[in-house]
Design a protein around this ligand. Sequence first.
Ligand SMILES: Cc1ncc(COP(=O)(O)O)c(C=O)c1O
Length: 380
Amino acid sequence: MVPTEKRPKVKIAKPFNDEAIEKSVISILRSGMLVQGEFVKQFESRLSEYIGCRHVVAVNSGTAALQVGLQAATVPKKSGGGEVITSPLSFAATANAAIANGLTPVFADVDPETFNIDPSEIEEKISSKTVALEPVDVYGLPADLQKIKELASKNKLPVIEDAAEAIGARSQGKRIGNISDVSCFSTYATKNLHTGEGGFITTNSDSIAEKIRMVRNQGQASRYNQKTMGYNFRMLEICAAIGLEQLDQLDELNQKRREHAKALTEGLGDLESLGFQRVDDPSSHAWYMFSLILDEKQAGISRDKLVQKLKDEGVEADVSWPTPIHLQPFYRETFDYKEGDFPVAEKISQMIFQLPIQPFLSDEEVQRVIATVKSILSSS
Ligand SMILES: Cc1ncc(COP(=O)(O)O)c(C=O)c1O
């Protein structure tokens, strides 16, 4: 047996790379055509085939995707601004994108079992100031999009979905990216499909897609012909080439994640101090992250200590997210949020942690994760 300190780490993320990618990147560098050219076009068209949607627009981050998506699909109130209803249990980018558009993020608490935004909480927050609903597919599990869509239609609101973590996930028999008015994906290095940094937006609306394309490129309808407010959110050719190479393998890679998640659920299912994200249909989940909650009292160890001990043993556990967005210093100061405002999201943030399920883990490594968790919890 290899001593613990000599064994390689069980990594929580391993960005895809292969010889074909390396070749493409070198050929792009030598070509001199570095930004938003043929590779980006091909990446967009292959993604739209994969997802089954009319339009895909590539940008240079998931944050940019959300910012552009919100700008293109919302109509601000005549008095200026408006409110976007979203989840407090997400990455700050979700809410920051609303603020970047002069809109106010309004949070609705999450479901304690799925960790996704609770439609009944959304309903309570809808008012004459609301301009959009922005659900998040947390850790790759689609939000309750059917109910959210119904609420949106009833109130004539667009749904701008934060699908940053959900490429390859499904809902209502369709792929994520083909359901909401606009869906925004991240292709950051750790994501199921990555481009280093990057992201893309999907929509079936021709007019929204046209606006998105303009906003991505300084608001220009054509060269030096600016029709709306815009930015430089263009994607690099090398990023598109990295992403393109992964598309054929994405379903297979996601299937590996699913198998690892199944093994972890079965292997750890008998530990009473652990709880799992409720997933009614495992094949609908993109399994970006495998999330658990720890009952610290029952376990006799704090969540943070457990995560540290796992890391010490070479198992890269993580906490995503230790603080809900409304309790980030900026949000507390700007919007007067305080503890107790969204109790379910706050409780989950205190209990949640993640274990590695990335597709390049071997079965032995997955078993090592299970054995290490069990050994730490049994000695606590
Ligand atoms: C839920 C969520 N929203 C938005 C983003 C922002 O994406 P990016 O980091 O590509 O800007 C992320 C990425 O980490 C995310 O996980």
